[in-house]
Ligand binder design. Structure first.
Ligand code: MN
Length: 149
């Protein structure tokens, strides 16, 4: 994207010239009803701005990694787990996901939830919890209640 560019907003959280794709599995990464669109990707800025959308009741992969995220909710409501904190989120809330914090986003049952996510263009692969890590995380009642929906 080296030319001046307008990605005009279209109805239903779509943008001109931007493809929305079902989120692809990396290995056996568990997620449900989530789609991704890359809105911005410019080597000069070394970051990407993506839009993710989960259908009602959908959720993102429960993961962690060295790279950080800045997330802004654009539509819908839901909850997110970041580290051992659970936040209820609504449009225009900003969530910072620090390096190596376990995180997951979950849309509320009745409506889709979409968010912008800014991320390094060059980034490490997400890690999934090992069975031992998952057991340790689930020992925290707040985390367990979140993961069990
Ligand atoms: Mn992530």
């Amino acid at each position: 994207m080296t030319e001046p560019t307008l990605r005009a907003a279209l109805p239903d959280y779509r943008w001109e010239g931007v493809e929305r794709r079902p989120y692809k599995a990396e290995g056996s990464a568990p997620f449900r009803d989530i789609a991704r669109a890359v809105l911005f990707d410019d080597p000069a800025l070394a970051c990407q701005l993506r839009y993710f959308e989960m259908a009602a009741g959908g959720y993102s992969t429960f993961e962690r990694h060295q790279h950080a995220h800045a997330v802004m909710i654009l539509r819908g409501h839901g909850r997110c787990l970041v580290g051992r904190r659970v936040f209820a989120v609504k449009p225009h809330d900003l969530i910072a996901v620090p390096a190596m914090a376990w995180h997951q986003f979950r849309a509320a049952a009745g409506e889709a939830m979409g968010f912008l996510c800014m991320v390094n263009a060059d980034r490490d692969r997400p890690q999934l919890p090992s069975p031992e890590e998952l057991a340790a995380l689930r020992a925290d009642p707040v985390v367990r209640a979140f993961l069990d929906g």
